[in-house]
Design a protein around this ligand. Sequence first.
Ligand code: FAD
Length: 425
Amino acid sequence: MKTTIFWFRRDLRLNDNIALFEALSKKNNVVPLFIFDEHILEELPSDDSRVHFIYKSLQSIHNQLQQYNSSLLVRKGKPEEVWANLLQEYTIDSVFMNRDYEPYAIKRDAEIKKLLDNHHIQLLSYKDQVIFEESEVMKADGTPYTVFTPYKNKWLSLFKSVDIKPSINYKNFHQTLYHFPSLKELGRVASPIRVKDFSLDIVDDYETKRNFPALDSTSYLGPHLRFGTISIRQVITQLSNENAVFLSELIWREFFMQILFHFPKVVSHNFRAKYDGIKWLNQESDFQRWCKGTTGYPMVDAGMRQLNQTGYMHNRVRMVVASFLCKHLLIDWRLGEAYFAQKLLDYELASNNGNWQWAAGTGCDAAPYFRVFNPTEQAKKFDAQNEYIKKWIPEIDTDKYPEPMVDHSFARNRAINKYKSEIIS
Ligand code: FAD
């Protein structure tokens, strides 16, 4: 019997999943598949919390499918080898998937398409993880936007409404109970760090409360949007005209995704080449103090400790710690970006890279290089009662807490002078 395969990637849900809906509406006998990709796994520790979250999300899908005598097919390996095996095992008539826009995914998918083409199997891909894809919001002359505000205005002018897919048809899933592998069988162990549930109850107060890290007033949507445990359309349908600031943050996400797509060099290079002249100091011992949260600047240290312990850091604090690393310590933004990539539960290449380049001043629509956050003033303004700081630095008021590792005024002037003299004009 001919089989249709639906390939789960970063869309780990059954509801409002565009390609899955299409697969089930057109074909019978749909086998849902997930591949634990060894190319990705080999770069990550065995207890990586993102992999554990993926595992739990897949387990939930598998359990839901079991109620309908179906199940999830889970494989582990290099995608090209897994697909070569699947071609031997099944008579596949078509493959459905949602598009992924990261450079690695684009390359992987092109290889799989070639393999399927050689077997005369159709690969059908759909837009799912964004409202507008990389080339749907463009300037009048057909080139991509590199400044956020005009991009956002165009995005808003194109946006009409979203369409949520009705419930899926479980009847069309294959009726086989596949074995769901244990973490051990996958060579993984559980992570003590868990992804929090998201909440959209915060959106009405978002504008006034979002900058205060002691308040639990952001959505925690990050990992859920990253791995698709909720659809972006379902989030947007819950917003009203009063939630413009929150919507704007979701548009930043798509802005950076299209920047990454059109300018893939940003993965390893400054968006603005004139910043290539900066000779970063990259002092290893300074970097270690930043990573551990022992710089002597409470806002920076609280943020880094929150990140190390929970896989999350509040956005305001991310801006402060990133600016501190690049400007106060003159450490290359790529080192900070890589550290965040290891630790963040909501790690997303496009957003992480875009925001780091913003903080370093090297990005497309970046903070000007002479804007150097004062971490002490930021703490006074956004954590006036020291609540956030005390939560993450229990020894803050004791002599165990270090003195500032560098004087703010000295560091500020040093950074501005360095940028001024080394930027290539
Ligand atoms: P909310 O404030 O509730 O926002 C809702 C959603 O909007 C977020 O989940 C995210 O999808 C999107 N969003 C919000 N702010 C931004 C932004 N500045 N850029 C892009 N999207 C945004 N966000 C990531 O998703 N992944 C990253 O790897 C990442 N790295 C960052 C690195 C630095 C140096 C900085 C300054 C910011 C980074 N951000 C990143 C953006 C932002 O800090 C997080 O999206 C946000 O803190 C996640 O928490 P939340 O889901 O509660 O956000």
